[in-house]
Design a protein around this ligand. Structure first.
Ligand code: BGC
Length: 323
């Protein structure tokens, strides 16, 4: 829908052909206008956190809303998830979709530059949902766009995601402090509960005695994807539900992915069909540049300059497999 460029529903069959909606959300607009934790939305201008809502660019210090403890989260008070986009549907022989556009004014939420953003959602006959991002700016600005769907491969409202089996194509992650800001280290996952190079159940190690898991109240971290070459589509994540047989594969041109295990869902939200979204009943796989990059010169740059074109692409591929 045009509000927040939100994907409201994704219906896929399980291994025996039973269709369910595997995306958390609401039945109608008022739910999304209320306290939605970014269900299905495009997040920006800067996905995830910027420390203390502050960064310096070309010698000028900029201040953002501190809307998440001391930090700025997902673009501030009124991020791209809370604005109205314009939409143009399209259809061709093998695919259909919608092009969404948003003009973010110079200074909006404290960010420099008038930014033109286009997000294209395409659904094709290979059962892929392709998300393509494009943007240009009038002044240098940090930019990091992501898609914030909460997945539950049983079907939304059907229990937690702890039995989902996850594989992340990443040998390293970016550890955080207690406010979930990266320390700046790129740490190997080997020997930690963050090693998902071999697939593992989300719940297998989630409550283990690990400081990083304690800070995240579970998984809420950025993984550094193993990839060959920049800007090409590479496998980031593979999520499988042994119960339903549903499989979700995520491929992206981005260098990172935020795996968030829905730790802040606490049963206060009633979603579709009146379903109560309790602790860890949905998980996010947010392809992205690393959190707080404007304050970490060792992270890949997130600065878009006038004359340059921001381009990014993520593919969510749906299939089934009997285990
Ligand atoms: C963040 C979580 C946050 C959630 C919003 C995720 O992208 O990493 O910390 O709580 O978005 O509900």
């Amino acid at each position: 829908m045009t509000y927040g460029a939100i994907v409201t529903s994704i219906r896929t069959p399980d291994a025996s052909g039973q269709v369910a909606d595997i995306a958390l959300g609401f039945d109608s607009l008022p739910g999304y206008l209320g306290a939605s934790p970014y269900f299905g939305a495009i997040v920006g201008r800067y996905a995830n956190r910027i420390a203390a809502g502050r960064f310096t660019l070309d010698g000028v210090e900029y201040h953002l809303a501190q809307n998440n403890g001391p930090n700025s989260l997902h673009g501030g008070v009124r991020g791209f998830d809370k604005v109205l986009w314009s939409a143009e549907p399209f259809e061709n022989d093998s695919a259909m979709g919608v092009k969404l556009r948003y003009e973010s004014a110079d200074g909006e939420e404290g960010y420099p530059g008038a930014l033109t953003v286009q997000v294209t959602y395409t659904l094709n006959e290979a059962n892929e949902l392709i998300v393509e991002y494009e943007a240009s700016t009038t002044k240098a600005t940090p930019l990091n766009l992501s898609q914030h769907t909460y997945w539950n491969l049983h079907g939304e409202g059907r229990g937690d995601i702890l039995d989902h089996v996850l594989q992340l194509n990443a040998s390293a992650f970016t550890p955080v402090d207690s406010t979930l800001i990266p320390t700046g280290k790129i740490a190997p996952v080997a020997g930690t509960p963050f090693d998902f190079r071999q697939s593992a159940a989300v719940g297998a190690r989630i409550d283990g005695p690990d400081e990083q898991l304690r800070f995240g109240r579970g998984y809420d971290h950025n993984w550094v994807l193993d990839r060959q070459g920049q800007g090409t589509l590479a496998l980031a994540a593979r999520l499988q539900d042994p119960q339903s047989g549903r499989v979700l594969e995520v491929r992206t041109t981005e260098p990172g992915i935020q795996f968030y295990s829905g730790n802040f869902l606490d049963g206060t939200i009633k979603g579709k069909g009146g379903h109560v979204y309790a602790h860890r009943t949905g998980l996010c796989l947010e392809t992205q540049h690393f959190p707080d990059s404007p304050n970490h010169s060792n992270f890949p740059s997130t600065i878009l300059r006038p004359g340059a074109r921001y381009q990014s692409r993520t593919v969510f591929a749906f299939s089934t497999r009997r285990s």
